[in-house]
Structure formats: structure tokens, C-alpha cells
Design a protein around this ligand. Structure first.
Ligand code: SF4
Ligand code: SF4
Length: 437
């Protein structure tokens, strides 16, 4: 059955009982239903309680209400037609190569504390929450995305992920890409060959050949999604902000799950509405709300903790220097026609520009943060690092110095997915907002 996700949810929810599908995927139905309940409550508290949201966010609300339902049904239907579903954990996995064999790419980084105890049976306790979460989700059998995947692509980025994949590979079919940690000509040669190795593996898995035409089409699809996200980010630069940081973060998170063509259209519809708001000076927060940039570790859904604290305290997040944000969308791949080899190299080169903290040196990240502060007219930077994430915690010192030189207020937060420190964080965020006000 062809499915069209539409915000007209009443009909569709009545039409489908997802339980048999979740059972067939091997989910633990009790644990999964607890997860959905927690997610539903959190979504209501965090998102639906916001005032004066853009109407176009109804699509995102609907997607989130069916994130384990209709979207999974789409994946299952595509698999029945022979398409492959490929899970990824990191920005370094080129979506274009997956799309070029008509595979569906889904992000698997999990943003909730679940299955932690089980994860700690096979991982050290001092592992970051993101890694514990994706391992925990698999062990607790609560993630229909990972269960629907035909293969999962890992990458040798930080030490935690690199080693965790050895355990994860015992639970799921995996293919690991070797990401270099320096940006030298030798690294570029290695990385280009890794992208070709991925292309070969995807051809084997899918039984389809990658052609220059299929690659070019994939490049255009991913570029279009990134352009739409650029447009959204540009609109957030308006003062007063026409959309909350929470809603913009949600769009950036959903881009890892939703169909890229459909989502691009929906982001453009949201941007059309936001343009009207900017013209009318219509804002989501009282005029004069302190504007902040958040920089650091990726925030995978449903990790809304820091944005929620900032915005419930009266601030507004106007940009994310993060993998779920500008770091992930910054560069496009040229759409000039070329041979398959040329296009693969172009893709590889685009991805090697990503300024993840696992690289050394990684001076461009500080420059990007300063540029973002200037462009968004932000009054301060909140640096967000997960506990036990050495690369981002280390870089926080360098970023603090860079901001200090420009007299940009800087707040360093280290946290995890739990709610235990919410009170203490809220106090620190409020004090910071007072200072920048
Ligand atoms: S922070 Fe680095 S390792 Fe983590 S998802 Fe982003 S690019 Fe990948
Ligand atoms: S948050 Fe840090 S430690 Fe965790 S996976 Fe990403 S880079 Fe690695």
C-alpha cells in the first residue's frame, strides 16, 4: 500500500494498528510502549506548550506522533519492494552514496536514556550518553529503526564509537568506514578510497549499480534538503526570531529520519510562513529575548534538554554549531555533471570539510562559531558537551578563549540525558541569560 504522510492524522491513526508490525520487527512491546508514553508526554511539555508556533510545524508534530508508526511502515513497505534501509550514526556517512542505490538512510543516534543498565554490561560506565543510548536502544529492543535496517554503517571517529562498534557488530550487520583524524593530502587519499569502498559495499548490498546519473540525482536531492535548511537557518537570523530554537532543532533532527524530498518541501513551506512573520516582525519570544548560539555535541531526538532549559528561561536559540545543525549542512556538493569517480571524489571532499572535534587540529570550528555569532546577532554562546565526550570537552577551552577575545559571553555545560541536573543547569542558564541581557 502506498502511504502518504499527511497532517490529517485522525484518519490515518484509525487506519493502522502498528502493534503487529512492531512485533514482527522483534520489539519488546512493553518496553516500547513505555518509551512511546514517555516521548509523548515530553513532546507535549516541550513543544506543544510553546506559544505562537508557526502553523507549518503541524507537519513536524505529525511526523513525531508517527515517528515509530507510519514512517516505519513506509520503511517496511519499501523493503518489501526490494529497497534497502541503511542506518548511520554520524555525519561522515555520505547520504548521497546511499541514495544512489535507492537505499533509505536513517539516523540511529539515540537521544534518550534507555537501556543504560544493559548497555553498561558491555560498555564502560564512563561512556558518553549518546553511545550508551544507541547500544541501550538495541539491547532493550525499543528502536524500530535499527530493527528495520538491513545494515548499519559505523565510522572510526571518536574512540568511544570506534570501540563500541565492535560490540554493536555482534548485534547487527555492520560496515565501518575509516575516517582519518587529520586533514592532510594523505588523509584525503585515504578518505576518497573509503568512500569508494562504501559505494562498492552499497552496490553489493542493494544489487544495484551506482552510475554517474544516480549519483548526480542523489547529490541534487541532498543539496536541496541542505539548501532548505540553510534557508531556515538564515530566517532565524531575523531579530526578533520568527521561530523558536526548539522547533528549528526539531526540523534538524527529523531530517535524519524523514524522506528527504518530502521533508525539503515541508521545510520550504515552513520558510514561506517564516518569511511572512519576519516581514510582520512577528516573534515567538517577547522582543528583546536574549539570543544564544549553542555549540558542541550532536543533539539527537529526543534530546531537547538544553534548548528547553534556555527557552523556558526566556532566551531564544538562534543557531546550532552542531552535527544536528550548521555543521551537518554547511557545504554542498557541486552539481556539475562528471564521471562516477569524479562525483565520488567530490562527495568525499565535501565530507572531509566537516569540522568535528575528533580532528586535529580543528581550528576552523572556532571560526565557524564566531561567524555564526556574528551572522545571527547572538549575544552569547552555550557550549554543550556530553559527559565523557573528550573531543568536545577539550575543544571547549579553545572556543572559550576565542569567544573571550571577542568579548562574547560563553557558558560551558557538561551534561547527559538524565533529568537529575536540570535544576542546577536551569540556575546556571538563568544567570547566564541575566548576564547577556
Ligand atoms: S560529533 Fe563528530 S563523530 Fe559525532 S556525529 Fe558529529 S561528526 Fe560524527
Ligand atoms: S558525543 Fe563525543 S564521545 Fe559521544 S559519540 Fe559523539 S564524539 Fe564520541
Amino acid at each position: 500500500m502506498a502511504l502518504t504522510i499527511s497532517p490529517d492524522k485522525e484518519d490515518l491513526v484509525e487506519q493502522f494498528d502498528h502493534t503487529p508490525m512492531w512485533r514482527a520487527l522483534g520489539l519488546d512491546l512493553d518496553a516500547h510502549s513505555q518509551l512511546l508514553e514517555i516521548l509523548g508526554t515530553a513532546y507535549k511539555d516541550v513543544f506543544l506548550s510553546q506559544q505562537n508556533r508557526p502553523k507549518a510545524m503541524a507537519y513536524l508534530d505529525f511526523v513525531m506522533s508517527e515517528i515509530h508508526g507510519l514512517r516505519i511502515r513506509e520503511l517496511v513497505a519499501a523493503k518489501e519492494k526490494g529497497r534497502k534501509v541503511v542506518g548511520t550514526f554520524c555525519l561522515y556517512v555520505p547520504e548521497e552514496v546511499l541514495l544512489a542505490v535507492d537505499a533509505i538512510s536513517v539516523g540511529l543516534c539515540a537521544g534518550a536514556e534507555l537501556g543504560t543498565q544493559a548497555a553498561e554490561q558491555i560498555l564502560p560506565r564512563n561512556t558518553c550518553a549518546l553511545i550508551k543510548s544507541f547500544v541501550g536502544f538495541k539491547l532493550a529492543k525499543v528502536c524500530p529503526y535499527v530493527e528495520a535496517c538491513d545494515v548499519v554503517i559505523g565510522e572510526t571517529t571518536c574512540d568511544g564509537k570506534t570501540k563500541a562498534y565492535e560490540s554493536f557488530a555482534r548485534l547487527k550487520d555492520m560496515f565501518v568506514l575509516q575516517v582519518p583524524r587529520m586533514k592532510s593530502p594523505e588523509s584525503s587519499t585515504l578518505w576518497r578510497s573509503e568512500v569508494r569502498r562504501l559505494a562498492n559495499r552499497m552496490e553489493e548490498i542493494s544489487g544495484r549499480s551506482i552510475t554517474s546519473e544516480s549519483l548526480l540525482e542523489a547529490i541534487k536531492t541532498v543539496n536541496a534538503k541542505r539548501r532548505a535548511l540553510h534557508r531556515l537557518n538564515a530566517l532565524r537570523r531575523a531579530d526578533p526570531a520568527p521561530v523558536s530554537g526548539l522547533d528549528a532543532l526539531l526540523v534538524n533532527q527529523v531530517q535524519f529520519y524523514d524522506d528527504p524530498v518530502r521533508l525539503t518541501q515541508k521545510i520550504d513551506e515552513l520558510c514561506d510562513e517564516l518569511e511572512g512573520r519576519v516581514a510582520r516582525h512577528e516573534c515567538v519570544k517577547p522582543s528583546g529575548a536574549p539570543r544564544l548560539v549553542v555549540s558542541g555535541c550532536p543533539m539527537s531526538a529526543p534530546n531537547w534538554k538544553l534548548h528547553n532549559l534556555i527557552e523556558k528561561s526566556g532566551g531564544v536559540v538562534v543557531g546550532e554549531e552542531s552535527c544536528v545543525g550548521e555543521r551537518g549542512t554547511r557545504n554542498l556538493v557541486s552539481e556539475e555533471p562528471g564521471s562516477k569517480g569524479d562525483l565520488l571524489d567530490r562527495i568525499a571532499d565535501r565530507y572531509l570539510k566537516i569540522d568535528c572535534a575528533i580532528f586535529t587540529p580543528n581550528d576552523e570550528r572556532a571560526e565557524h562559531v564566531l561567524d555564526l555569532v556574528r551572522d545571527t546577532k547572538a549575544q552569547g554562546v552555550v557550549h554543550y558537551a556530553l559527559q565523557f565526550c573528550t573531543p568536545y570537552q577539550m575543544e571547549a577551552f579553545k572556543l572559550a578563549q576565542a569567544c573571550e577575545k571577542r568579548k562574547i559571553p560563553f557558558l560551558r555545560i557538561e551534561t547527559d540525558y538524565g533529568a537529575e541536573d536540570a535544576g542546577q543547569l536551569s540556575t546556571r542558564v538563568q544567570a547566564f541569560l541575566e548576564m547577556v541581557r
